[in-house]
Design a protein around this ligand. Structure first.
Ligand SMILES: *Cc1c(COP(=O)(O)O)cnc(C)c1O
Length: 452
C-alpha cells in the first residue's frame, strides 16, 4: 500500500460567502495520465511545459457529433476549421474521418493543399483573399465564400479571364438575438444585402452559386440562435428557388458550438449552463426541413465546428517553479507555462489538476506563468492543494486555438505530443530553438560589430 502524504496541520481563514473545505469541488483529484500514458513520463521525455493531444478523444468527439447530426438530417458534411488547430497531425485525423478543410487565409489554404486536400474539398472563408489566392482557388475548384461586394467584383473580373467557373457561396450575417451582433463578416440578411449579392451571382453567367454560409459567433451558449440562423438561411434558399429556380448544393452553418470550458465571469461550471450538441442539432436540422426542395435534392448541411471538437482533447502539462506569498498574504504559485502559450486563459477559467496525489488541505491561490510580465496570470483565484516545486500539473481543455494563437514571446514554444490510440506517444511539433527563431532575422552589416 502506498504511504499517505503527511501535511502539517494548518488553520485556514474562512471567508464569509465562500464555501468551506467540505463544500468545495474535489480539486485534489489528480490527473496522472492521458489515455493511460503517465503525465510525468511524458514530461520527463518531452520536457515541460508540453502540450498533449489525444487522438482517441478527437476521433470520439468527431464521431459523436457527426452521428448526432446525421441521425437528424440525411446529408451532413464536416469541414475542419484550420485556424482552431492546424497542426498537420490534427488536420489529418479530421481528414481521415472524412472532414473537408475550412480555411480563412491563403496560408491556411496552402497548408490544406500541401496536406493533399483537393481544391473542391476546401472551403475558403475570410475577409482577406488576395487576387493570387482567388486565382488559385478558382483554378482548384475550391468553394469560395464571398465576404463583401469588393471581393465579389474582383471575382467577377477574374472569372472573365479564367476557364473555370468560380464556385461561390456567400457568407451571411444576421440578427440571431445574440448581442453584440456579429455583422462584420459577410452580407447582412435583414437589410437585404445578402439577397442582393445572391441576385448578382445568379445573374452573372461566369459564376456558379453553390451554397450559403453563416458563422454566427463563437462559444455560442444558445441553441435558439442557431434555430433563428437556420430559419433565415432557409428563407434565402427558398427565395432563390422561387425567384430564380436556383437550387443550392449546401447550407453551411459554420462553427461556434461551445467547448466545456468555463468562461471568466461565469459562476456555474460550463457543463451546467451549456446546451448539448443534441440541442444544437435539433435546432438546426428542424429548420432545414422547411426548405421547399423535393426529397433527394435537400441541400447538404455543412458544419465547421472547431473548439467543440478539439478543446477537451488537449492538455498542457506544466511544472511548479515556486510558491510565494503576495503582500496581502495570498498564496501565489508560479508555473512554467504562461499566457504566451495559453492564449485562451485570457477568457477561460481553465481547470488545473495536480498530476500526482497530494495532501487534502487546499488554499486559494493565484497561478502565474513564467513571464516577466504583469499580465501573465493563468488563474486569478483557484483552490488547489499544496504543490511543491517540481510538481506537475495538468491544464485541461486547451486543444482549441492555443496551438495556433500562441506567441513566441520572451521564451520559446514547447513540444507538442500526441497520445496515439494504441497508447504510444508521437512528437507532432518540435519545440523551437534559438537557431530556428534567429534564422529569419537579417543583421545589417554596419550593426554586426560592437565594442563594449
Ligand atoms: C473560426 C471559425 C470556425 C470555427 O469556430 P469555432 O467557434 O471554433 O467552432 C468556423 N467557421 C469560420 C468561418 C470561422 O471563422
Amino acid at each position: 500500500m502506498e504511504k499517505k502524504i503527511y501535511e502539517k496541520p494548518a488553520i485556514t481563514k474562512h471567508h464569509s460567502g465562500f464555501m468551506n473545505k467540505f463544500g468545495s469541488s474535489p480539486v485534489t483529484t489528480p490527473k496522472s495520465e492521458v489515455d493511460g500514458v503517465s503525465v510525468n513520463a511524458i514530461a520527463d521525455q518531452y520536457g515541460s511545459p508540453v502540450f498533449v493531444l489525444s487522438e482517441r478523444r478527437i476521433r470520439e468527439n468527431f464521431r459523436n457529433t457527426l452521428r448526432t447530426f446525421k441521425t437528424r438530417y440525411p446529408k451532413v458534411q464536416y469541414a475542419w476549421s484550420y485556424k482552431t488547430n492546424y497542426l498537420n497531425a490534427v488536420c489529418s485525423i479530421f481528414h481521415q474521418e472524412g472532414s473537408w478543410a475550412e480555411v480563412v487565409s491563403e496560408f491556411e489554404y496552402d497548408r490544406a493543399r500541401k496536406l493533399g486536400i483537393p481544391g473542391k474539398y476546401i472551403i475558403f472563408n475570410g475577409p482577406d483573399k488576395s487576387e493570387q489566392a482567388l486565382l488559385k482557388a478558382i483554378e482548384d475548384g475550391a468553394k469560395i465564400h464571398v465576404d463583401h461586394f469588393d471581393e465579389l467584383y474582383k471575382i467577377i473580373e477574374l472569372s472573365e479571364k479564367t476557364e473555370k467557373k468560380p464556385q461561390l457561396a456567400i457568407r451571411v450575417n444576421m440578427d440571431t438575438g445574440i448581442y453584440p451582433k456579429w455583422d462584420r463578416f459577410g452580407f447582412n440578411y435583414e437589410n437585404g444585402e445578402a439577397m442582393e449579392a445572391l441576385r448578382r451571382i445568379v445573374m452573372q453567367p461566369t459564376l456558379k452559386l453553390i451554397g450559403l454560409h453563416t458563422h454566427i459567433g463563437t462559444y455560442m451558449m444558445s441553441a435558439e440562435a442557431y434555430r433563428i440562423a437556420a430559419r433565415k438561411m432557409v428563407v434565402l434558399a427558398n427565395e432563390l428557388f422561387t425567384k430564380y429556380e436556383t437550387k443550392l448544393d449546401y447550407i453551411d452553418m459554420g462553427g461556434g458550438f461551445p467547448s466545456n470550458n468555463t468562461l471568466k465571469g461565469q459562476y456555474l461550471q460550463a457543463e451546467q449552463v451549456l446546451p448539448t450538441i443534441e440541442d444544437f442539432a435539433d435546432a438546426v436540422t428542424s429548420e432545414l426541413f422547411r426548405i421547399s426542395y423535393h426529397g433527394s435534392d435537400m441541400p447538404t448541411l455543412i458544419l465547421e465546428s472547431g473548439r467543440s471538437l478539439i478543446d477537451d482533447a488537449g492538455f498542457l502539462i506544466s511544472t511548479i517553479i515556486a510558491n510565494k506569498r503576495l503582500s496581502d498574504g495570498k498564496k501565489a504559485t508560479i508555473m512554467d507555462g504562461g499566457v504566451n502559450i495559453l492564449f485562451t486563459s485570457f477568457w477561460y477559467k481553465h481547470k488545473i489538476s495536480p498530476a500526482q496525489p497530494t495532501g487534502l488541505s487546499t488554499e486559494n491561490s493565484t497561478i502565474y506563468g513564467p513571464l516577466c510580465m504583469n499580465i501573465d496570470v493563468l488563474r486569478e483565484d483557484i483552490v488547489l492543494p499544496n504543490l511543491k516545486v517540481g510538481d506537475r500539473v495538468v491544464i485541461h481543455h486547451v486543444g482549441a486555438y492555443n496551438m495556433t494563437q500562441w506567441m513566441q514571446f520572451i521564451t520559446l514554444r514547447p513540444n507538442i505530443v500526441m497520445v496515439m490510440e494504441d497508447g504510444t506517444t508521437e512528437l507532432i511539433r518540435e519545440s523551437e530553438d534559438l537557431e530556428y527563431i534567429m534564422s529569419r532575422e537579417k543583421l545589417p552589416a554596419k550593426l554586426s560589430e560592437f565594442k563594449l
